[in-house]
Design a protein around this ligand. Structure first.
Ligand code: HEM
Length: 123
């Protein structure tokens, strides 16, 4: 599965696009048609993040299952928080805590991701 597992480029592309779409949707007018469409495309990108992340996970996780497991979980939690912010704000419920958790999980996911050996290795 070369293209999915030799580098992390595809995985990085999918989550960067998703974060941008999330921010765009979050700052669009609550009930606008545009926001519905951006949210729909964002959900497609969740699937792409998971497919590209899962491919890397299957290929590389045996070297350090614990850290890779945490990375997997944090990635899913980050996606979960994006959904919580968008759905709760649509229902006009408070979202401050979910914004905070989104930022926290995003930073933690990026930290673990860049710490792991494949692709970029900042930490
Ligand atoms: C919004 C969610 C996510 C973000 C922000 C994110 C972020 C990152 C980052 C920054 C890297 C490091 C890339 C590199 O070193 O070049 C990475 C790698 C990786 N991600 Fe994700 N990720 C997310 C979701 C997921 C999910 C859901 C999974 C599992 C299904 C996953 C599995 C992996 C794996 C296995 C790696 C390779 C780690 C390595 O060996 O270096 N990620 N991710």
């Amino acid at each position: 599965m070369g293209i999915l597992t030799d580098t992390t480029h595809l995985h990085i592309t999918t989550w960067v696009v998703a974060v941008i779409l999330f921010l765009v949707a979050a700052f669009m007018q609550r009930d606008s048609k545009g926001r519905k469409i951006v949210h729909m495309v964002l959900r497609l990108f969740y699937v792409l993040i998971i497919i590209t992340g899962l491919a890397l996970f299957i290929e590389w996780s045996s070297s350090d299952p614990m850290t890779y497991g945490i990375k997997f979980l944090l990635g899913l939690l980050t996606i979960g928080m994006m959904e919580m912010v968008l759905i709760r704000s649509k229902k006009q419920k408070p979202v401050t805590m979910f914004w905070a958790l989104f930022v926290l999980f995003l930073l933690a996911t990026m930290f673990i991701g860049f710490m792991l050996p494949v692709g970029l290795d900042f930490f």
